[in-house]
Design a protein around this ligand. Structure first.
Ligand SMILES: [Zn+2]
Length: 205
């Protein structure tokens, strides 16, 4: 791609660095911004900049939050004894969209994947085990994707908590193996949480 302007080229290259954005799309977006009033670009860049500098991770569940505690953890109407364990923030959003879950979450920040060099210590597992140890948790629901890495992570956490007095369950799999939670439709995902099965049962299959 030949550019008539270094500034244009730089903006397109930055935009094209985003996932799913090719050079052509990047050029289209940049030209769109150029055609629009300058305030729109300012609003976009300042929103991104504020997000980058001001956003926090909830100190309890590690969800993205504007406060020390996210709105879900800070809500006294939620069932704080029921914790849904998920890989990332998109899963929280997907499950919240179902409107079927009244507990709280624990965001691991990924899953155990030796191939990618991700071990348990790089994930937020110890804070979860700590919550269980404190005796404030009655049930953990594993809602990780049904991949080998997801299963490994579930099993690792299960082994850490099984000696404590709590229920462990896994979401019912209307969702086929390898699907990501965020792509499951809301009805299926909502049902799979309501019809969750004891984790021990999932080990026998
Ligand atoms: Zn939280």
């Amino acid at each position: 791609m030949e550019f008539s302007s270094k500034l244009l080229e730089q903006a397109v290259n930055e935009m094209a660095g985003l996932p799913g954005i090719g050079k052509r799309t990047a050029l289209r977006l940049v030209l769109h911004l150029l055609r629009r009033p300058e305030e729109e670009t300012t609003a976009l860049t300042s929103a991104l900049l504020r997000l980058r500098t001001e956003v926090k991770l909830c100190e309890s569940c590690h969800n993205i939050s504007d406060q020390l505690l996210c709105e879900i953890c800070a809500n006294p109407k939620r069932n704080h004894e029921l914790i849904c364990v998920v890989e990332d923030i998109r899963d929280v959003m997907a499950i919240e969209n179902t409107g079927q879950f009244q507990g709280i979450y624990h965001v691991l920040g990924g899953k155990i994947s030796p191939m990618d060099g991700v071990g348990p210590s790089q994930l937020k597992i110890s804070t979860l085990v700590e919550k269980v140890r404190s005796g404030l948790v009655s049930e953990l629901i594993f809602a990780l994707s049904a991949t080998m890495e997801g299963d490994t992570t579930n099993f690792y956490i299960y082994n850490q908590v099984k000696s404590f007095n709590l229920k462990t369950s896994t979401i019912a799999r209307g969702i086929s193996v390898g699907d990501q939670l965020e792509f499951a439709d809301e009805v299926t995902l909502g049902r799979s949480i309501l019809h969750r099965v004891p984790f021990e049962d999932s080990l026998r299959t």
